[in-house]
Structures are given as structure tokens and as C-alpha cells.
Design a protein around this ligand. Structure first.
Ligand code: HEM
Length: 184
């Protein structure tokens, strides 16, 4: 009986600890928490496991999808930005940041920093882009911001049907949103 209980507890512990997989398929219990933006229809799922944030995001788009965290200035200025686009059937994930309030991000690996995505992947299916990625809450990189565990973070989400990442998303309620989410 004792052995059975030990095995059962070990199984529960291992399933609770299973890290989300960046395979472009979000299973019902894969992430610990979910935020749905009712206006754009984007769904932001996340898990914080130790010092790592795992995100699974679905948006009604066929081109690119992007997430930004914690702008420090006007509008998007200072935000840590991630953009994802399908290229030849493979989802490419880019780590960037905003150095101005509007427009496109700069890319970390072209600015003396690093792409700090630990995992990234995704899929395009039925007119929806699903992307999954992970990163350290504090990457230690000067081009990234710290994501605050157990506290409110500003999360920017945008998407576009154009796969050219130099082309902007639509305006408010259709292609972009800004939300305050307690990430725990
Ligand atoms: C990670 C990708 C991106 C995210 C999460 C994002 C998100 C946002 C958000 C939330 C705003 C509103 C800011 C405010 O008014 O407080 C905004 C504005 C804007 N963004 Fe982006 N964006 C992204 C990528 C891009 C790109 C690639 C472009 C253009 C090349 C672009 C062009 C603009 C422009 C021109 C505005 C101001 C006009 C407007 O209100 O729509 N964005 N973006």
C-alpha cells in the first residue's frame, strides 16, 4: 500500500511539473493559467515554473503574431518584444525590443544582445496562429525586461494576416491589445 501511494504521488508530481512543449498544439491542461482578450480574440496561456515563463498564444491571424512585456515609456517604448512568423512551414521566433513608442521592434541579436527564447514553435491552422515559447523571467540581458512573478505585468499582443514583419498590425480591438495581467 505504501509503495502504491509513493508511486501515485510521484506520478501526480511529475504530471504537475511537466513543462509545456513548444509544438504548436495547446492541450487543455498544458498551461496553468489563461487570459482571453475578448476584443481581439487572442488567448494568452502561461505557466511559471521556477525561473522560467512558458507561453502559449493563439490569435486569429495568418501572418505574424507578437507579444510584448512591460513597456517603460510612452505606448510601446521599452517593451520586450517577441515576434513569430511561419517560414517554409516552420515557426520562427524573434527576440526584440522597442526603442520608440510606435512601429517595429529592433532585434536583440543585431544590437549586441542575444535571442533569449529557450524554446519556440508553433503552427498555422484553420486561420489561427498558435505560438509557444519560453524564456527566463530574468534573462540578465540588457535588451530584455524582467517579468515579475506574482505581480502585475503589462502584456501587449498583436497580430497580422501579412507575414511581412515590417508591416503593422491593425488598430485597436482588431489587431492589438494591451492588458495588465498578474503572472503567477
Ligand atoms: C510584438 C509585436 C507587436 C506588438 C505586441 C505590438 C503592440 C502594439 C500596441 C499594444 C500598440 C498600442 C500602443 C498604445 O497606444 O499604447 C501598438 C501601436 C502601434 N504599433 Fe505595434 N506591435 C507590434 C509590432 C508592430 C510592428 C511590426 C509595427 C510596424 C512595422 C507596429 C506598428 C505600430 C504603430 C504604427 C502603432 C501606433 C498606431 C496604432 O495605434 O496602431 N507594431 N502596437
Amino acid at each position: 500500500m505504501k509503495k502504491f501511494l509513493t508511486i501515485a504521488l510521484a506520478l501526480v508530481a511529475s504530471s504537475a511539473l511537466a513543462a509545456p512543449k513548444a509544438d504548436g498544439k495547446i492541450d487543455a491542461k498544458e498551461y496553468a493559467s489563461t487570459y482571453k482578450d475578448t476584443k481581439t480574440g487572442a488567448t494568452f496561456n502561461w505557466t511559471i515554473d521556477g525561473d522560467t515563463l512558458y507561453v502559449g498564444l493563439t490569435a486569429k491571424a495568418t501572418g505574424w503574431v507578437g507579444v510584448g512585456f512591460n513597456p517603460t515609456g510612452d505606448k510601446k517604448d521599452g517593451a520586450d518584444m517577441y515576434m513569430f512568423v511561419m517560414e517554409k512551414g516552420k515557426m520562427i521566433g524573434m527576440d526584440g525590443f522597442m526603442a520608440k513608442p510606435k512601429g517595429e521592434p529592433k532585434w536583440d541579436d543585431r544590437e549586441g544582445c542575444k535571442n533569449n527564447l529557450l524554446t519556440s514553435g508553433g503552427a498555422l491552422s484553420g486561420g489561427n496562429l498558435t505560438v509557444e515559447f519560453s524564456r527566463k523571467l530574468d534573462t540578465g540581458d540588457k535588451c530584455d525586461v524582467v517579468i515579475k512573478k506574482g505581480a502585475e505585468n503589462t502584456v501587449l499582443i498583436a497580430h497580422s494576416d501579412n507575414s511581412n514583419i515590417k508591416k503593422a498590425h491593425k488598430k485597436e480591438d482588431e489587431g492589438r491589445s494591451e492588458s495588465k495581467i498578474v503572472l503567477k
